[in-house]
Design a protein around this ligand. Structure first.
Ligand SMILES: NC(=O)C1=CN([C@@H]2O[C@H](COP(=O)(O)OP(=O)(O)OC[C@H]3O[C@@H](n4cnc5c(N)ncnc54)[C@H](O)[C@@H]3O)[C@@H](O)[C@H]2O)C=CC1
Ligand SMILES: CC(=O)C(=O)O
Ligand SMILES: [Mg+2]
Length: 472
């Protein structure tokens, strides 16, 4: 599966030997699409231009090869806009006020700050009003399951976590810190997160491989009084459920009557199965590399053991192929390319396929489309993007605003229904089952639903003023 990108190619064109027309045809022949041309220098004999070219495949070397081999053309430099966007990182800390004089200095720092510190020392709950705690989330990873790229380490995880921090800020106004830990030891991760927790209003665990992620999250939830939320588990499950609720409406089926195949029973898959069961699903086949989870088998993975008892009610034996036969819904959170057209053809009519692995889905959307009634992927370059970015900004905004102790099942179900509700009944169709992440209603709908569910289940330690006003 290719990832599109934009290249900026700086060229010298010797006018006596080549024309811009030659350059344009060379780029088109190599599969590039020219989107901008900037003249850098216009000499009598030689012109220098920056040509901005979209390519469907970031690995496309053909464009530069063709240009380099043309007479009269010299390639001076090639840059990739995705890499350019990452130079020096993507986020920074910006103070809320400028320190202009000694008076300012003595307020924001010593000696004035000491009075504020002592106020918090006497009443630690004041950290919520006098520090950034109430609006701050730690995005914590050990780099062991970064997207679908696997264990690529904490440094390589950093661009993903910075991207996540950008989304937290832009979509929900939350200040998020990427914390990439150089340890894979579960005890150490738990201790580090506990130790840094005083400065944060919530913890977003990210891209920590399964099954370690379950134990790490459960221990932190039990030991901390701020929300700890492993987004690959629960954010993904919330968005998958939201998409499924709407897709089922499009095809005229109900969650209690469909046969659902979930493939990849890792962080995301376990949580998706559990949330779908809580939402009324009765017939799930949970498939991992060893086949369909079965109650006949004992699993060392405690989450698999629990799920095996709750899924595969008809005792199907086998793997993906057997599970797909006659299935209504496929949800993939495994790896790229594991699904074939034959698998799709063996499904029930009006099938729903969510190929959510990143960056490459379980099947290429173009291949799948003719054999699927409702298709969704995790990617932003196709319709129906089912990605946990639709959930985490709103769920944390809601949890922070009501100072929730944790994010419980009711809050997750409410978030899923809220995301689904952004697409109105008369707008729903095969190409539009889930709102765009740029739809401004998403965060606000999720926030409200989460706060209401937190209040109803006694998880909220504060009623935000706008909610209190509504209830008057
Ligand atoms: N669209 C979205 O919002 C999200 C997508 N994902 C994607 O889902 C995938 C899994 O993520 P995590 O659950 O965090 O990883 P994980 O490493 O915890 O779980 C992956 C699971 O898939 C299984 N698997 C891999 N290849 C398989 C195959 N051929 N057949 C059956 N099972 C197979 C693995 O054994 C493992 O249990 C990744 O590609 C990730 O990018 C994850 C979170 C959110
Ligand atoms: C989207 C996301 O969290 C993932 O692919 O891991
Ligand atoms: Mg992730």
């Amino acid at each position: 599966m290719s990832i599109a990108t934009t290249m900026i190619i700086r060229l010298e064109i010797r006018k006596s030997e080549a024309s811009f027309g030659d350059v344009a045809s060379g780029i088109a022949a190599a599969g590039g699409d020219i989107v901008a041309i900037d003249v850098i220098r216009a000499g009598k004999d030689v012109t220098t231009r920056d040509i901005t070219v979209n390519v469907q495949d970031a690995g496309n070397e053909e464009v530069v090869n063709i240009l380099s081999n043309m007479s009269g053309i010299k390639v001076i430099n090639v840059s990739d806009s995705t890499f350019l966007a990452h130079i020096g990182g993507k986020i920074e800390i910006t103070p809320k006020m400028r320190i202009k004089n000694r008076e300012d200095l003595s307020q924001v720092y010593t000696p004035g700050v000491a009075r504020v510190s002592m106020a918090i020392a006497h009443d630690p709950s004041k950290a919520y009003s006098l520090t950034m705690k109430r609006n701050t989330v730690a995005v914590v990873t050990d780099g062991t399951a970064v997207l679908g790229l696997g264990d690529i380490g904490p440094e390589a995880a950093m661009p993903v976590m910075e991207g996540k921090a950008m989304l937290f800020k832009q979509l929900a106004g939350i200040d998020a810190f990427p914390l990439c830990l150089n340890t894979k030891n579960a005890d150490e991760i738990v201790n580090i997160v506990k130790a840094i927790s005083p400065g944060f209003g919530g913890i977003n665990l990210e891209d920590i491989s399964s099954p370690r992620c379950f134990d790490i999250e459960q221990r932190l939830v039990a030991e901390l009084d701020i929300p700890v939320f492993h987004d690959d588990q629960h954010g993904t499950a919330v968005v998958a459920l939201a998409g499924l609720l709407n897709a089922l409406k499009v095809v005229g089926k109900t969650i209690g009557n469909v046969r659902i195949v979930v493939v990849g029973i890792g962080a995301a898959g376990v949580s998706i199965c559990n949330l779908l069961l809580a939402a009324g699903a009765q017939n799930i086949s949970a498939v991992d590399r060893e086949g369909i989870l079965s109650r006949e088998i004992h699993y060392d993975n405690a989450e698999w053991q629990k799920l095996a008892a709750l899924t595969n009610p008809t005792g199907i034996v086998g793997g993906l192929q057997e599970a797909m036969l006659g299935a209504d819904v496929f949800i993939g959170v495994s790896g790229g390319g594991i699904l074939s057209v034959d698998h799709l053809k063996s499904m029930a009519p009006d099938n729903i396929v969510f190929a959510m692995a990143n960056p490459s889905p379980e099947i290429e959307p173009d291949l799948a489309e003719p054999h699927v009634r409702v298709l969704a992927t995790g990617r932003s370059d196709y319709p129906n993007q089912i990605n946990n970015v639709l959930c985490f900004p709103g769920i944390f905004r809601g949890a922070l605003d009501c100072r929730a102790r944790t994010v419980n099942l009711e809050m997750k179900l409410a978030a899923a229904r809220a995301i689904a509700s952004v697409v109105l009944e008369d707008e729903l169709n095969e190409q539009y089952i889930i709102p765009s992440i740029f739809n401004e209603k998403v965060v606000e709908h999720v926030r409200l639903a989460v706060i209401e569910a937190a209040i109803a289940t006694d998880m909220a330690r504060r009623i935000p003023p706008d909610i209190a006003d509504r209830e008057k």
